[in-house]
Ligand binder design. Structure first.
Ligand code: ARG
Length: 589
């Protein structure tokens, strides 16, 4: 992922430009050398250039004047053009060039962001249009905690892409097709011979409806027979069957929408059924390319390195999950012209997507090389475990109902606010909104803060703890910064224009440097599709702020204006991080 144009908010990219010139001057004959810049972990500098060693091994046999990697590093440093970004440089070890940034430049940059907006710090990506396929529950089945993970992770990735000016198609690939509809439709006809009676309230819980129809299916051969017939009649487009199908989907959709509304997640439904008309053409195209073979009556694609083939037409002639995914991928690339297609599901589906992507690469739909577009990525995630270490379950149902989880998180945070007397201080509406922001925010953050591939143990107590790495702690930290600014009585908008920011104190400088890492951190999170990178950054930001605030007096000090601006910059970056994680910020607590 490379930049195309100027981005002053991205320090790493800015340094790359300067070091690129130095490298060209140092080794004019080496044309394909790209600057390797990284933030320093040690205290020799703020950033470092790591090119010298690699460069040395490239040139040492070619009669170079240099005597080793150290002199190469020295030369790179000497060849650096003058830059207002850089305060000083030094060479360490086998040629690392350490850079200390100019604190004036740093301060100016932060102030510029305050005036021009945090959008100027958005990563600049090469890709213009992406699909994020996420949430994607199955009709007539309740959404469960795995779908919660997909919804939260997918929304966050979509937000990061949108922030980076990528057009995002937020796709809900709901499971609205398949053989289970035969039994559902037949059961609907049986229960409601008069179709007008079959409304939402009469049908009630769809999950229960699904369970009962499944029981019928398993216990009554005649019913089973009729259900199988119903699938055929639905697929051939018989109106009565199509209407019943649409009715069942509509009821499910209303249930899902309740959850999306609570979580404030935008999604556009294009379910599996949408791609049905495209399947035959796509299979034709793949067959013409010679990719499709017969295997035990089925039509399959063999994938290198995988024992089992990808079945795209079942032996009974029917289509399956893979046929739909191939058609959807084709549609997204050719009709929607997306360049990056991202799928968010549990890791259990990794093999399925690997195979679909491999088939698409063989067909020439996707670039064979994952570093160029068009490309597809599977974003897998682990399980949510109960306190017993097993997959999260409740006593009464197989999976935890999502709505109950969210209600519980909200109610608990409301109880804490009441305990703190907020019900007497605030309006009922403020209390509700804050409880919701904190409760839902806590559930999201608790999920996003782990590397998505690791399983995590669900715990209300941990997720709602106001100390430690939780959304509650971070939201409170943000509210406290806002209250510092409010209590100063100063007009912060005015200060942005008239005041000036300086980073003289070591803790001011450390906080400022962390603020300047924002753009490259978001870019990294996007490149690797890892929202936890943003969480870690946000948590560290609050730590840097705490250190600054304990050692630097803000209100009433000689540096008040500058320090208020630093508070505002911290709050602004925190809010953007919350936004990217789908968390609603809280301004007072
Ligand atoms: N409905 C599927 C499930 O619940 C997820 C669909 C993911 N997206 C896709 N294009 N296959 O497991």
């Amino acid at each position: 992922m490379a930049t195309e144009e100027e981005n002053t908010g991205n320090v790493k990219r800015e340094l790359e430009k300067v070091f690129d010139l130095a490298l060209k001057a140092t080794v004019p004959n080496e044309t394909d050398v790209r600057p390797l810049i990284a933030a320093c972990t040690a205290k020799f500098g703020d950033y470092q250039c790591n090119n010298a060693m690699g460069l040395w091994s490239k040139i040492k046999g070619k009669g170079t004047e240099f005597k080793g990697p150290q002199p190469v590093g020295q030369a790179i440093m000497k060849n650096l053009p003058p830059s207002e970004m850089i305060e000083s440089c030094s060479v360490a070890g086998p040629g690392f060039v350490n850079v200390v940034l100019s604190k004036n430049w740093m301060a100016k940059n932060i102030q510029k962001m305050l005036v021009d907006g945090i959008e100027t710090w958005a990563p600049k990506l090469r890709v213009k249009k992406a699909v994020v396929d996420f949430s994607s529950p199955n009709i007539a089945k309740e959404m469960h905690v795995g779908h919660l993970r997909s919804t939260i992770i997918g929304d966050s990735l979509a937000r990061m892409l949108e922030f980076s000016n990528v057009e995002v198609l937020r796709r809900n690939h709901v499971g609205d097709w398949g053989t289970q509809f035969g039994m559902l439709i037949e059961y609907l006809f049986e229960k409601f011979p008069n179709s007008e009676d079959a409304n939402e309230t009469a049908i009630g819980e769809l999950q229960e409806f699904y369970r009962r129809s499944k029981n019928r299916f398993d216990s009554d051969p005649a019913f089973k027979e009729r259900a199988q017939q119903a699938v055929v009649r639905l697929q051939s487009g018989e109106p009565k069957y199509h209407e019943a199908w649409a009715q069942i989907c509509e009821i499910s959709r209303k249930e899902f929408d309740k959850v999306y509304k609570r979580l404030r997640v935008d999604l556009e439904e294009k379910g599996e059924s949408f791609y049905n008309p495209y399947i035959p053409g796509v299979i034709d195209e793949l067959s013409k390319q010679g990719l499709v073979e017969d295997s035990q009556g089925a039509r399959v694609i063999f994938i290198e390195g995988v024992n089992i083939p990808l079945i795209i037409v079942k032996s009974d002639g029917g289509f399956n999950y893979a046929s739909t995914d191939l058609a959807a991928l084709w549609y997204r690339l050719n009709e929607e012209k997306a360049e990056w297609i991202i799928y968010v599901t549990d890791v259990g589906q990794q093999l399925h997507f690997d195979m679909v992507f491999s088939a698409a690469k063989r067909a020439g739909w996707l670039s064979a090389d994952d570093s160029t577009y068009p490309k597809a990525s599977h974003v897998g995630f682990g399980l949510v475990l109960g306190e017993d270490g097993k997959r999260l379950r409740t006593r009464f149902s197989e999976v935890v109902r999502l709505v109950d989880l969210l209600d519980e998180a909200k109610n608990r945070s409301k109880a804490v606010l009441i305990e703190r007397g907020k019900d007497k201080e605030w309006t009922e509406e403020e209390l509700e909104q804050t409880a919701e922001a904190v409760g839902y925010g806590a559930a999201k953050y608790f999920d996003l803060k782990n590397n998505r591939l690791t399983n995590y143990t669900f715990s209300f107590d941990q997720m709602l703890n106001d100390k430690g790495n939780t959304a509650v702690y971070l939201l409170y930290a943000h509210a406290r910064i806002c209250s510092i600014i409010r209590k100063s009585g100063k007009d912060i908008e005015e200060l942005k224009k008239t005041g000036s920011l300086v980073l003289d104190h070591a803790d001011e400088r450390a906080l400022g440097l962390h603020l300047l890492h924002f753009s490259e951190v978001i870019e990294e999170a996007l490149t690797n599709l890892l929202p936890n990178v943003v969480c870690e950054y946000l948590y560290n930001l609050s730590e840097y702020f705490t250190r600054f605030y304990s050692n630097c007096q803000v209100v009433g000090s000689a540096e008040e204006t500058s320090r208020l601006l630093l508070c505002e910059a911290t709050a602004t970056v925190m809010r953007k991080c919350f936004h990217l994680l789908g968390i609603v910020p809280v301004y007072k607590i």
